[in-house]
Design a protein around this ligand. Structure first.
Ligand code: ACO
Length: 320
């Protein structure tokens, strides 16, 4: 016994920035970005805040689940970094929702949603919870190096959420990490004090894109096969693959290697860019709201990210 998905929600900031805007401050082109990544635009927090988009996504998910905030037993937020270092974003969301349950953040880079689902599964299996809210909210625009054309065009801000209740629809869950592979870092700013001098540089994303690309194409294929097997299924039994929306070429490569049809791989990277942990729950909410999922569909979720971390899970969709 673990969980079933009761509801989904998401929120994208209003400001949408097209590829052309980047040509004004780095040497790039719409054509390069489109052909190498598939991304056309991404959203950035401007009038909103990370907290406000997280709360909006959570409210949408509660509404879709027909659940009240005071029924929640746990709030998990996946985020590379919350609005502040402390308190946790999950506590700010709890306050705004008027919930009364424990709340904490976890950081597994872009794999955050898979880590949160895995953590929630352990709570459900222990019998400690009956309703859990997961919110994945990211504002990577705070860490973008706007002079680095190889990273600044990739990321976007956004939030996605799910409400889970006790049920039997989690068919497998896998998470992993390899801290030796430091191919994506957001190093922190330090503060000098009377007894030391900080040697840290400005805080920004530093990524070896080629290495991550190579890692991602092999890992995604392996994870998908293993997650399906753990669920007692074959890859062909899966109705819908929801992959981390980092780059269209990574998704396409996985699809071709697994001999699966295009319609099983819905995408939204063209409109959102890479929203880190929020990418899969935003996509899931989009599919749910547009009635593209049928009750009984087998969903396979798979992501990779900073850490390096990676993970996957198989869930039966049980909403009408
Ligand atoms: N515009 C124009 N040219 C560019 C740009 C740009 N925006 N960015 C890089 N280039 C140039 C490079 O300088 C290089 O030029 P050179 O050959 O003269 O040196 C050339 O394009 C090719 O660069 P590559 O890095 O080989 O390009 P690639 O095809 O690998 O695409 C990319 C780069 C898009 C970053 C790709 O490697 C990728 O998607 N990697 C995975 C990244 C990823 O998924 N990151 C998220 C991890 S998840 C998380 O936790 C946040």
């Amino acid at each position: 016994m673990a969980f079933t998905i009761l509801g989904t929600g998401s929120c994208l900031p209003e400001l949408a920035v097209g590829n052309y805007e980047f040509t004004k401050f780095v040497e790039t082109s719409d054509q390069w970005i489109t052909t190498r990544t598939g991304i056309h635009r991404r959203h950035f927090v401007k009038g909103e805040s990370l907290q406000s988009i997280a709360v909006k996504a959570a409210q949408n998910a509660l509404e879709d689940a027909d659940a009240a905030a005071n029924e929640l037993d746990l709030i998990l937020c996946a985020t590379v970094q919350g609005e502040d270092i402390s308190p946790a974003l999950a506590c700010s969301v709890q306050k705004e929702l008027g919930a009364v349950c424990p709340a904490f953040d976890l950081n597994a880079g872009c794999t955050g949603f898979l880590y949160a689902l895995n953590t929630a599964a352990a709570y459900f299996r222990s019998g400690m919870v009956r309703r859990v809210l997961i919110v994945c909210a990211e504002q990577l625009s705070r860490f973008i190096d706007w002079e680095d054309r190889s990273t600044c065009v990739l990321f976007g801000d956004g939030a996605g959420a799910v409400v889970l209740s006790q049920g039997n629809d989690l068919l497998s869950t896998r998470i992993a990490a390899d801290g030796q592979r430091e191919n994506l870092n957001i190093t922190g700013e330090g503060i000098s004090g009377p007894f030391w001098e900080s040697k840290r540089q400005k805080r920004c994303i530093c990524m070896n894109g080629r290495e991550i690309f190579k890692f991602a194409v092999t890992t995604v294929q392996h994870e998908i096969t293993a997650a399906a097997k753990d669920a007692g299924l074959s890859v062909d039994d899966v109705d819908c693959f929801l992959l981390h929306q980092a780059n269209g070429r990574i998704i396409e490569s996985a699809r071709v290697r697994l001999h699966q049809p295009e319609e099983k791989f819905p995408v939204n990277y063209a409109e959102c860019g890479n929203t880190s942990s929020a990418s899969i729950p935003i996509l899931l909410d989009d599919l749910n709201r547009n009635r593209r999922l049928k009750k009984g569909d087998i969903l396979l979720l798979c992501a990779f990210g900073a850490g390096l971390t990676w993970g996957s899970c198989v869930i039966r969709w049980n909403k009408d």
